[in-house]
Design a protein around this ligand. Structure first.
Ligand code: NAD
Length: 492
């Protein structure tokens, strides 16, 4: 068997081989070809990274913000220059299409661009004469060492909802990539290595649960950013809080869309098929539950079933592919189990994506688009995050009944409506319980200058990733009240 690269950690400005006793194999999910092995770094390696970051912080936090962002300008150019190999790496390790990988890299770069505005974004506030001759100022100072725990589904982008802001605000930062898709971050850190940053400012430590627990327990790590499933987000948020760290943990999702009878059906079907089946449904902003209102039911179901059947499934690096592979065969088996459960609960499998193969990639973890109709709103399927190309349909007689179904769920990542009626759209916008709302939009992903606003079980914390929330998360406020007695007694 051909030997594959064992990924390294990037600690204190150097690439180091992990002494981990255990490594996991990373395979291309479409071809099952082994790509690399990822070490599950032990506590001592987290400790080395945290100590190096803490030492670096003492200097880095005093580097003026206009100088700090020069490294981000360089990083932007390096990411642009290496967009193609990075996008290929993303597709190879997690299965999405090349175009989707390019899209996620663009979103990563967008966050670097926004963080370049930090000299203005982290400005404080002040008041002269809060009392006679007394002034009050609020400054923002970096928190210290932060760490990011990433999910598999956007291996390039998601660390960038945090990293550029942490760096620009004067913090030192450790990335722990997903152990399922760790390769693209390794490639990105090869670019970071070229920036000439002081040692210890940015570091990469590979691993899984034990590595995360070492991060949560480390006294020098002050801030935790995490994105992943809800049980892991809850565990990490609780662990961080118990150790007195600030934390922002973005969890899972089950995103509903309401389709009104007056919606432009052809447009809605095209956009919704891309939302539900793009990235093989492995997007935390994938729409996975469709609630048709009144007469929308039959017309939408018919057109959507056709779109599901016609979707081109295949290897993400091949031309014209619209839906790539799932991350693993385990994931495929798990989702097939949920489809069987839906059948047992009384749902009808209108389009069945099971048991199909992509010619040339027969071993690949492909599941074709699947449409479940009449999914019982009270059943398990209606409330389980599937994270695959499976769309569940329900029906309501009125907008209010549909909104009740939208709000009858634990998650609150995104909710969407398709309609031509401004009043219906407004009502939905006001009362739907989710932090990201789409109106005639299928993936309401906030731009980098807005917070990624999950609610309920989709988020644990106060300040989200991206934009001003990230700036606040990575800074402490310091308030200074100031009086100068000679100046105070002077008459103007
Ligand atoms: P996951 O929860 O399995 O893993 C995410 C990270 O948490 C990994 O780095 C993993 O090592 C770590 N982790 C997992 N279990 C842990 C535990 N018990 N203790 C300590 N660390 C643990 O998630 P995944 O399968 O990689 O990613 C898919 C999930 O992420 C989906 O639920 C999806 O909805 C969610 N997601 C959410 C958002 C969002 O913005 N809300 C974005 C992308 C993905």
């Amino acid at each position: 068997m051909a030997s594959v690269e064992t990924l390294k950690n990037y600690v204190n400005g150097s690439w180091v081989s992990s002494g981990a006793g255990e490594t996991l194999e990373i395979k291309n999910p479409a071809t099952q070809e082994p790509l690399a092995r990822v070490p599950l770094s032990p506590l001592e390696e987290v400790d080395a990274a945290a100590r190096a970051a803490h030492t670096a912080f003492l200097e880095w936090s005093r580097v003026p913000a206009p100088d700090r962002i020069q490294f981000l300008f360089k990083l932007k150019h390096l990411l642009e220059e290496h967009l193609d190999p990075l996008a290929r790496s993303c597709t190879e390790e997690c299965g999405k299409t090349y175009a989707e990988s390019v899209g996620e890299l663009r979103r990563a770069i967008e966050n670097v661009e926004v963080a370049c505005g930090i000299p203005m974004l982290m400005q404080g506030r002040n008041n002269e004469d809060i009392a006679r001759g007394i002034d009050e100022h609020m400054y923002r100072q970096p928190v210290g060492v932060g760490a990011m725990i990433a999910p598999f589904n956007f291996p390039a982008m998601i660390p960038f909802w945090f990293l550029p802001y942490a760096l620009a605000t004067g913090n030192c930062f450790i990335v722990k990539p997903s152990e399922k898709c760790p390769i693209t971050q390794q490639r990105i850190f090869e670019l970071i290595d070229q920036l000439g940053l002081p040692q210890g400012v940015l570091q990469l430590v590979n691993g899984s649960k034990q590595t995360v627990d070492a991060i949560l327990d480390h006294p020098l790590i002050r801030a935790i950013s995490m994105v992943g499933s809800t049980p892991a987000a809850r565990h990490i948020y609780a662990g961080a809080a118990a150790n007195g760290k600030r934390a922002q943990c973005q969890g899972g999702a089950k995103n509903p869309v309401v389709i009104m009878p007056d919606a432009d059906m052809d447009t809605a079907v095209r956009i919704l098929a891309d939302s539900a089946f793009g990235c093989a449904g492995q997007r935390c902003l994938a729409l996975s539950v469709g609630i048709t209102v009144g007469e929308a039911r039959d017309v939408f179901r018919e057109k959507f079933a056709e779109a599901a059947r016609n979707r081109r499934v295949g290897y993400g690096l091949d031309a014209d592919v619209e839906t790539g592979a799932l991350v693993s065969l385990e994931s495929k088996a798990r989702i097939e189990g949920i489809i069987a459960q839906a059948e047992r609960e009384g749902a009808k499998v209108t389009v069945d994506g099971r048991g199909k193969m992509v010619p040339g990639y027969e071993q690949g973890s492909f599941l074709f688009p699947t449409l479940l109709d009449n999914v019982p709103p009270g059943g398990r399927t209606a409330h389980t995050e599937i994270f695959g190309p499976v769309f569940s349909m329900m029906h309501a007689d009125s907008l209010d009944d549909a909104i009740a179904l939208v709000n009858d769920r634990a998650y609150g990542n995104m909710a969407c409506i398709f309609t031509a009626d401004g009043a219906a759209a407004r009502r939905f916008r006001v009362v739907a319980r989710a932090g990201n709302i789409g109106i005639n939009i299928g993936v309401a992903a906030p731009m980098a200058f807005y917070p990624f606003s999950g609610w309920c079980e989709s988020f644990f914390g106060d300040l989200h990733g991206q934009g001003e929330h990230a700036v606040e998360f990575f800074t402490e406020t310091k308030v200074v009240v100031e009086r100068w007695p000679r100046e105070w007694s002077r008459k103007f």
